[in-house]
Design a binder for this molecule. Structure first.
Ligand code: G3P
Ligand code: CA
Length: 273
């Protein structure tokens, strides 16, 4: 009886060991516990609306985004405004550098007609307007564009977020990232409670990863350089991974299976499949 019992136990142990040894990819997807990365609407829902406009943010929320990704610059009178390019020509009827215009002058511009005439009333949003209008509904992922061109922009952002957080209940739903590691380090010193990340589009060595991990909560690689190996290296350093900009449903699915922490896309509805 004891021998029989032992044989059963050993058989079960062997079967379990074989089962555990199989790689995750051997399993049908339906058996893998569903992983839901954070859905981040790139410049809102810029696949459907003029990027970085209130219309684009509303659409992203409607389509189920958890976070809005928002690019920021400083106007001539040092107001934080939401826009992607440092120049106005591509997405507004203005000309030249955004930095040469006051916030009031920027507000005069049409930021929607370049996309479609039905968006002719869209304006360049102020960061404050985005926070006030959407900050209680969804998370906001703020990207500092070219911060070295705007000395003091980190302080300005800390001041703005400080004001917003005072009258907000959603304290944990703001994150900040940039390609500029030094800028993120500075911002982290000013507001250690807000999670920061560093964007990368090229390979990174372990020394750099270690340096970034000292202040950053996430490291966000361009999708074309993200492999399982890189993901594991980033996570080993204690950081999360948000990849960008993924506009293909199959790739979104693949990154979901890889269990990345967040995916940035122009099409927040592509996550549903
Ligand atoms: O969120 C990452 C991505 O937005 C960085 O590139 O040029 O679209 O701002 P870009
Ligand atoms: Ca961006």
């Amino acid at each position: 009886m004891t021998a029989f019992f032992l044989i059963i136990v050993i058989t079960m142990l062997v079967l379990f060991a074989l089962y555990a040894k199989r790689s995750k990819s051997d399993f049908p997807e339906s058996l893998i516990m569903q992983h839901s990365p954070i859905k981040i609407g790139h410049r809102g829902a810029s696949g459907y609306c003029p990027e970085n406009t209130m219309a684009s943010y509303k659409k992203a929320i409607e389509l189920g985004a958890d976070f809005l990704e928002v690019d920021i610059h400083l106007s001539k009178d040092d107001v934080l405004v939401v826009h992607h390019d440092p120049t106005l020509d591509r997405t507004t009827n203005g000309k030249g550098n955004l930095r040469d215009y006051t916030a009031a002058e920027l507000k005069e511009l049409d930021a929607g007609s370049w996309y479609h005439s039905r968006y002719k009333n869209e304006r360049i949003p102020l960061l404050r307007e985005v926070l006030e209008n959407f900050g209680s509904e969804v998370g906001i992922l703020i990207e500092l564009k070219h911060p070295s061109a705007y000395p003091g922009i980190e302080e300005k952002l800390a001041e703005e977020l400080g004001k917003f957080q005072e009258c907000s209940t959603s304290k944990n739903k703001i994150m900040v990232h940039s390609f500029d590691m030094e800028s993120m380090k500075r911002f982290h010193q000013l507001m250690p409670d807000i999670q920061v990340g560093v964007l990368i589009k090229r390979r990174i060595n372990d020394q750099k990863l270690k340096e970034i991990a000292e202040f950053a909560s996430f490291l966000n690689p361009k999708q074309t350089i993200l492999s399982t190996k890189l993901q594991m290296r980033i996570q080993k350093h204690g950081m999360k991974v948000f990849t960008w900009t993924v506009n293909n449903k199959k790739q979104i699915h693949m990154f979901k299976m890889m269990q990345v922490d967040g995916i940035i896309s122009d099409f927040p509805d592509y996550f549903l499949d």
